[in-house]
Design a binder for this molecule. Structure first.
Ligand code: 4NP
Length: 165
């Protein structure tokens, strides 16, 4: 069974599709595309069906990456279908866990910046109302977090499969 990651922000057109696409690049480089699957979603529905924001796509293409995707809204069923749900900021985190009042899936929901090793940020800042610097910064921050996340999954999945024998 592949390990399934869901990246979540507000609109699912800037930060979470960037995280999904950056992570997919790292996963492909590590030859783990069969083992780890990524999706993304937004807590809000404003941009459902839209591709990633053109400013984010432009920032990515300057680094030789192509960002693909179509926005969708986070739903309760995602708690069951994903192994790890990564919130970009504190508001996203609270909106996600508000859909799980009993706390059944609380351990699956984590802050994306918890996986950074080079940055001290606690949240991935929302670049939507700012300029191109914000989009470039989001890519830098997410590249750091995605590398840490991939290492975390490799370490944890290895110890899980050892535990299962
Ligand atoms: P995202 O950015 O949550 O990173 O996709 C935003 C996208 C749209 C809006 C806000 C943030 N908006 O207000 O429409």
């Amino acid at each position: 069974m592949p390990y399934k990651l869901l990246f979540v922000c507000l609109g699912n057109i800037c930060r979470s599709p960037a995280a999904e696409n950056i992570m997919n690049h790292l996963i492909a480089e590590a030859d783990l595309s069969e083992q780890i699957i990524c999706e993304s979603a937004g807590t809000a529905s404003y941009h459902v069906g839209n591709p990633p924001d053109r400013r984010m796509v432009a920032a990515a293409s300057q680094r030789g990456m192509k960002f693909l995707g179509e926005a969708r809204q986070f739903q309760k069923i995602d708690f069951e279908q994903f192994d790890l749900i990564l919130a970009m900021d504190g508001e996203n985190y609270r909106d996600i866990i508000s859909l799980d009042p009993a706390g059944k899936y609380r351990d699956k929901v984590r802050m994306m910046c918890d996986f950074c090793t080079q940055h001290k940020d606690k949240e991935v800042p929302d670049p939507y109302y700012g300029g191109s610097d914000g989009f470039n910064y989001v890519i830098d921050l997410l590249s750091d977090a995605c590398q840490g996340l991939l290492q975390y999954i490799i370490n944890n999945q290895a110890s899980n499969s050892r535990a299962k024998g």
